[in-house]
Every structure is written in C-alpha cells, then in structure tokens.
Write a protein that binds this ligand. Sequence first.
Ligand code: AR6
Length: 190
Amino acid sequence: MRAIIGTRMLGLLQGDITKVQADAIVNAANSRLMGGGGVDGAIHDAAGTSVMDECARIGSCPTGKAVATKAGRLRARWIFHAVGPEWDDGNQGEADVLGATYQACLTLADEKGCETIAFPAISTGTYAFPLGPAAEVALDTVARHLEKGVTSVKTAVFVLYDHRAFDTFARVLSRLATERQWPVGDWDTP
Ligand code: AR6
C-alpha cells in the first residue's frame, strides 16, 4: 500500500527490512549501540561486523535520537541507528519521544541527501509500545515531513515484519489518507 503526498510517496510493505534496498535503512537500536534482538539483531547479522565496529566507535546515542553508520552488506548507503522510547504507561511522554526518534532519522536523511528511507516499527517489539498508537505517531511524523516538501526524501517506506503490524499501519494510513485527501493504491498502481 502507498499514499501519494504531494510529489512524495509514503509506502507500507510487509517483510524483512534487511532485504530492502534504500538509501537509508533505520535500525531500532538501544542507547549503548551494542546490538540486541529483534530488528537490531537482524540488521547487524545481515550487515556484518564493520557496522558493529562503527557503532562501538560512536559509543552511544540518547533516547529519541539517531546516529548514522555505513551499511556494510545491506543494500543501502546508510544505517540510521535510532533509539526509541520504552513504553511505560503512555503518560511519560512516550509518544513525543517516538515522534522525535522518527524526526531524528528524517533530519539525518536530509543531511545525507537520501531519496529513499526504510523504517521498521520502532519501539513496538522489546520496548512494548502498542502498535496502534505507534502507527499514529510514525505515520503522522513522516507524512508531515514529506508534506513540507523541503526534504531530499522522495519515498519513505515502513517495512512491517508481521501481519498484525502491517494491518495496523495500513488501517491508520488509510484513515489519514482519507482525512488529508492523499491518493492511495498498491505499489504497482501508477
Ligand atoms: N524487519 C522488520 N521489522 C522487524 C524485523 C525485521 N527483520 N525483526 C523484527 N522486526 P524490536 P524495539 C520488528 O524489538 O521495540 C533490541 O534488542 C518487530 O516485530 O526490534 O525498538 C534493541 O537492541 C517490531 O514490530 O525493537 C533494543 O534493545 C519492530 O521490529 C530493543 O530491542 C521493533 O521491535 C529495541 O526495542
């Protein structure tokens, strides 16, 4: 599924983000940049040890921010290691911090001149952010950036690992598209 936002595209795919080709692939990292499970483990496994070496040299990244490394064996120029919030009870600013995390990646994308960027559903695994609220924040933050027009990003795609995450993001994107009058369709629909 994809929505056209002005001259930009916001898409959803179901699958493994390590298989995707993009200028930048976003990782859901932890603040020690030490690797871990989930998408972080999958990205480091696929990218190779040079990426972990670069993370070790950088050392750390605060929650709500992101750092860039090269992409090793991934089909990308960059990996943006983004540190999302851990869900507590929803009243600790989690949504704002998640929005800031996505925005940090978009700022890096513009600094690097990226035209395509692929995101996982940051914080929705180990960090336990509920999928519905996470989809609202993720899609709204990225869409607002694309709507501004002054960005190098032409295509942003969310790569959702399982059916439940894909369906949740698709439901939210459909609603936003209706509200904001973005044309929607399949990837191969002109
Ligand atoms: N491609 C796309 N999405 C994936 C993949 C994949 N290959 N594998 C998992 N997901 P998580 P977090 C989805 O736990 O919640 C790590 O240990 C997964 O289904 O990877 O931000 C880090 O080191 C879920 O929807 O990240 C941190 O310590 C989403 O990716 C901590 O977990 C995010 O789940 C970060 O937790």
